[in-house]
Write a protein that binds this ligand. Structure first.
Ligand code: CP3
Length: 356
């Protein structure tokens, strides 16, 4: 099995890139690499009951985290959990309805906000830290372990809307109004996210990623205030407690804004969506930071020659020593698992063509 193929003297390629050294091979992992496209995930999820039951059962969550690594020769594991566990711990009721996505009790004014409780919230997520330490023990030496949280803006959109929404309208109206309760919600998410990520690091996470899936909603004035400023505080807070642990930011949909994002937040890497031109990434973004991405998840669904060309184009255009191969957003559930194996093979072939 690929999983055990490497000897223990091999370094962790993902940490090498994040620490600004040339990696022994181009690291690759995929956002949402554990999940419903894998039959073994669907099987375990059915036996656990619900998605949330699975998240709070460390033994099962650790197994699900490892499933993609048993199949594919990846360079990192990402802990199996969800960005919505933190607002749940803060007191938002949370349920995942089959085929409907998440449902939360909405926070739309000061009295809703006052029902949230940050006291003890991060301690309630103890099962997540236990998952981290179980995975850490099981991982081969060359595989890095990534912890994560949602960014305040993205988490706030789910909290304010009460779930997934078409246009995040209520959240944007609160942002344009600069409502006091909304500022307080963002502030609470910043502080608890620092504690949450720190606890994951103390349990064994070696890298942390902040997911701002809905950053592209914001015009640049609001982006500074609700995406960059909160993530800058989270990155600085994590760094002050755990210097040397790299922080990756994924602000989806901000285009050329990724450069300013990396600068203002002092990030070690930024996740980039597929619509960002590779030439700009190479000439400009990689001068500032490491680029993580940016294959279109549908290119992976397509497979075949299109996938081979998509991977080759990225590998031939962007800087090797400043790149973590990934998708531009999470893997889709209609992805054939064999295509992931092909993707990894193409990345390894690109290394060989470089003469590596
Ligand atoms: O990357 C991984 O493999 C680790 C686990 C992980 C999950 N969610 C598991 C999950 C991570 C990192 C996330 C992040 C997450 N969760 C984000 C940010 C990244 C992104 O994809 O944009 C967001 C916005 C969420 C919130 C969320 N969780 C939604 C909107 C949904 C329902 C829609 C969907 O895709 O199913 C989830 C559910 C969820 N989170 C599943 C998994 C494996 C599917 C649950 C199931 O098994 O039914």
């Amino acid at each position: 099995m690929d999983y055990f193929e490497h000897d223990s003297s091999t370094g962790k390629a993902i940490l090498e890139v994040l620490n600004e050294t040339s990696p022994w091979r181009r690291p690759i992992w995929l956002m949402r690499q554990a999940g419903r496209y894998l039959p073994e995930y669907r099987e375990l999820r059915a036996s656990a009951g619900s998605f949330l039951d699975l998240c709070y059962a460390p033994e099962l969550a650790a197994e699900v985290t490892l499933q993609p690594l048993r199949r594919f020769d990846l360079d990192a594991a990402i802990i199996f959990a969800d960005i919505l566990l933190l607002p749940q711990a803060l007191g938002c009721e949370l349920a995942f309805k089959e085929n409907e996505g998440p449902k939360l009790s909405p926070v739309r004014n000061l009295s809703d906000f006052n029902r949230l409780k940050d006291q003890g919230a991060v301690a309630r997520l103890e099962p997540v830290y236990e998952t981290v330490s179980r995975v850490k023990e099981a991982l081969p030496a060359h595989v890095g372990l990534i912890g994560f949280c949602g960014a305040p803006w993205t988490v706030a959109t789910y909290v304010v809307e009460g779930g997934t929404s078409a246009d995040r309208k209520n959240t944007k109206l609160a942002a344009f109004a600069g409502a006091d309760w909304f500022e307080a919600l963002i502030g609470m998410l910043v502080e608890t996210s620092i504690d949450y990520l720190s606890a994951q690091i103390e349990a064994g996470a070696e890298v942390v990623q902040v997911f701002d899936t809905w950053a592209g909603d914001l015009s640049d004035d609001l982006r500074d205030r609700y995406c960059f400023a909160p993530i800058a505080k989270i990155a600085a807070g994590v760094r002050s407690r755990h210097p040397g642990v790299p922080v990756i930011g994924f602000a989806r949909g901000i285009g050329v804004g990724h450069l300013e994002f990396a600068r203002q937040c002092g990030l070690d890497a930024v996740g980039v969506e597929w619509s960002v031109p590779l030439d700009w990434i190479n000439s400009t973004l990689q001068e500032e930071t490491v680029m993580q991405g940016n294959l279109d998840p549908l290119c992976l669904v397509a497979g075949g020659e299109g996938l081979a060309q998509g991977v080759q184009r990225i590998c031939n255009t962007v800087r090797y020593d400043r790149h973590i191969m990934n998708l531009g957003h999470g893997i889709r559930q209609d992805t054939p698992p064999e295509h992931v194996a092909e993707l990894v093979k193409h990345v390894r072939n690109a290394d060989r063509e470089r003469g590596g």
